[in-house]
Design a protein around this ligand. Structure first.
Ligand code: BGC
Length: 376
């Protein structure tokens, strides 16, 4: 109980340095939003793990976890200032909740109940991560929460009917909980007053050796997926579900991310490396199951990912190129971070054979993902 109270006390606003320079007068703050209400919150648990989250974009800005010797490092890529997130070069979506539709929608178009909707084309010929001002670029309402064995933050946002071209008012709630078992648990809820596609995910880039500490190519990754969804050259799924067996996409047994990344393989060429949706092995749709594990041998840090989602986009930071300087002042080199974005498959609104992403009035969208940290 005492530790719970302490952990709640440290779940405080620590925003002044982070926020310096952002106000409604700031030119980089383009939408009519209450930028003055942007805050940074800190969660802390018994193990000394610390997670920082801002209500700008519901972004996880930092995750400090111990290595096998008890030394702490920040394993999440990001900026030390909210302006970094607002002006992001090449829009990496560091740590954000992305939506209304995380991942790509082909040509920014989909037809629902006989009506065709047009979305922003913001990634080659396609729509990506909810558009120009997606959920990663809006100010959410935040409320600290607490309970037995966790401290957390509840974030809500109302996406208006036709915001970024999507139909229906969408009420979203995302809760982050840091548990004393070293889990960062993310629960997502949404309801809509019109049928609409919804695919929410978190876009944290991890480097378990510490942000800015080189590439992630030596991290050993296991993905609990016998199949994946191959893509065309614009990263839209071809509709096929193919086995990973005998391909560089076979992560069913843990292997270093870099082991097969330079194979002569059309899919790797299209992605510039791994940037693909894996079809998670599930006993039952919607079951909370192990999606992936990642082990960083030099520090011993180990991360497990559990999710109710049917897929995970494994993206290995192919578009990082050393121009972004991280929180510790070190450049984020090519493949200096990886994402495991738990989600429905890309372009599902245009792919009838994929699990549906359509939320209808009266239904409740609910999904959960856990990133659990330990050492080996
Ligand atoms: C996409 C990548 C993209 C990255 C940042 C990932 O979810 O799959 O292609 O570069 O997000 O936008």
């Amino acid at each position: 109980m005492k530790t719970l109270l302490i952990s709640m006390l440290v779940c405080v606003v620590i925003s002044m340095v982070f926020l310096y320079g952002c106000s409604s007068k700031n030119k980089s703050c383009t939408k009519t939003q209450d930028f003055d209400s942007i805050r940074l919150y800190k969660l802390r648990n018994d193990a000394g793990t610390e997670v920082k989250i801002t209500n700008y974009g519901a972004i996880v800005t930092s995750i400090k976890v111990a290595d096998r010797n008890g030394d702490f490092a920040d394993v999440a890529l990001g900026y030390d200032h909210v302006k970094g997130y607002m002006n992001a070069v090449d829009k990496p979506y560091f740590g954000a909740i992305v939506g209304r539709y995380g991942n790509r929608i082909a040509k920014g178009k989909f037809t629902l109940d006989g009506k065709t909707y047009s979305l922003a084309i913001n990634n080659g010929p396609n729509h990506l991560h909810g558009g120009i001002i997606g959920f990663d670029k809006v100010v959410w309402e935040a409320t600290p929460i607490k309970g037995e064995g966790f401290s957390g933050l509840e974030l809500t946002y109302l996406a208006k009917d036709m915001e970024e071209g999507y139909p229906g008012n969408l009420n979203i709630k995302v809760t982050y909980r840091l548990t004393d078992d070293n889990e960062l648990k993310i629960d997502y809820y949404a309801t809509a007053d019109k049928a609409t596609p919804v695919n929410l995910t978190n876009h944290t880039y991890f480097n378990l050796a510490g942000e800015g500490n080189g590439t992630i190519l030596g991290h050993e990754l296991m993905i609990n997926a016998d199949n994946y969804t191959p893509v065309d050259e614009t990263l839209i799924p071809t509709s096929k579900i193919e086995t990973v067996k005998g391909t560089p996409f076979d992560f069913t047994t843990a292997k270093p991310i870099g082991r097969d990344i330079n194979h002569n393989n059309e899919q790797l060429t299209f992605g510039g490396g791994y940037d693909h949706n894996f079809v998670l092995n599930k006993t039952k749709p919607g079951a909370m199951t192990l999606a992936a594990t990642v082990y960083e041998p030099t520090t011993g840090r180990f991360m497990e990912v559990f999710t109710k989602e049917p897929g995970v986009q494994f993206y290995c930071g192919n578009f990082l190129d050393g121009r972004l300087i991280g929180k510790a002042g070190k450049p984020y080199v090519h493949r200096g971070g990886f994402c495991l974005e738990t989600q429905h498959y890309p372009d599902s609104p245009n792919q009838p054979s994929f699990p549906s992403t359509i939320l209808r009035p009266g239904q409740v969208y609910q999904t959960s993902t856990i990133y659990k940290f330990s050492t080996k």
